[in-house]
Design a protein around this ligand. Structure first.
Ligand code: NYM
Length: 212
């Protein structure tokens, strides 16, 4: 059918510790790709605009307390509530640059001591990213960057544990960029990776589901 013949967009995920520079880099990437005439949108998780997202936001602001497994499932539910929209965007040819995804979900919850397989289970069946770009920075260096905010998890000792879990989740398909490089170098590297990924998806790489 025609949907199979038309080219699809790419799911590009940026991951990294808090203050790794992901958010600025995803914004820059989307602006740049749009400027090059590519159909692309900037997404992020948690998506705080939904009612589940508002519960997450209140938890992160320390306004509410939630059991560790409960908040884990809410983060996952927040991705599930966006799955069908994500799929239709991708199938219609729009690429998505997503600031955090299931890897944040697993790394942050596992850093609290939850079992990794348990953490991965609710992510199974979400759309698999076509490319994960990891902005690598040491927890110490991230902490030096103007300090953390006041949200939950923004502490050096916790970020160290998150970093270890990211390292365990990482596989050969991930592209790791040195987050300590000048902003412009990072921007250029990410753009190259994104263009390459978009071309592969356009050429017919099929959509897949987590967990790969
Ligand atoms: N976070 C984010 C999780 O703990 N689990 C998740 O599934 C996701 C997507 O939320 N410290 C954590 C990581 C961050 C915090 O994210 C808020 P951001 O990108 O700062 O809005």
């Amino acid at each position: 059918n025609s949907q199979c013949l038309s080219s699809r967009g790419s799911l590009i995920v940026l991951e990294g510790l808090d203050r790794s520079g992901k958010t600025s880099q995803s914004t820059k990437l989307v602006t740049r790709l749009k400027g090059e005439g590519i159909s692309v949108e900037a997404w992020r998780f948690p998506d705080r605009s939904t009612s589940v997202g508002q519960m997450i936001s209140a938890y992160l602001a320390n306004d509410t307390q939630l059991d560790d497994r409960t908040i884990h499932l809410l983060f996952s539910a927040n991705r599930w509530e966006k799955r069908s929209l994500m799929e239709s965007k991708l199938r219609s040819g729009t690429s998505l640059v997503v600031d955090r995804y299931s890897y944040s979900g697993v790394a942050f919850s596992a850093a609290k001591g939850l079992d990794i397989e348990w953490c991965k289970a609710p992510e199974v069946g979400l759309i698999a990213p076509d490319q994960v770009i990891f902005l690598g920075i040491s927890p110490e260096r991230a902490a030096e960057r103007g300090g953390y905010g006041t949200e939950r998890y923004e502490h050096l000792d916790f970020q160290r544990k998150v970093a270890q879990h990211y390292a365990n989740l990482q596989d050969v398909s991930w592209k790791v960029i040195d987050g300590g490089l000048p902003m412009e170098d990072i921007e250029n590297q990410i753009r190259e990776l994104a263009l390459d990924c978009i071309a592969k998806c356009k050429a017919g790489k099929p959509l897949a589901n987590l967990w790969l």
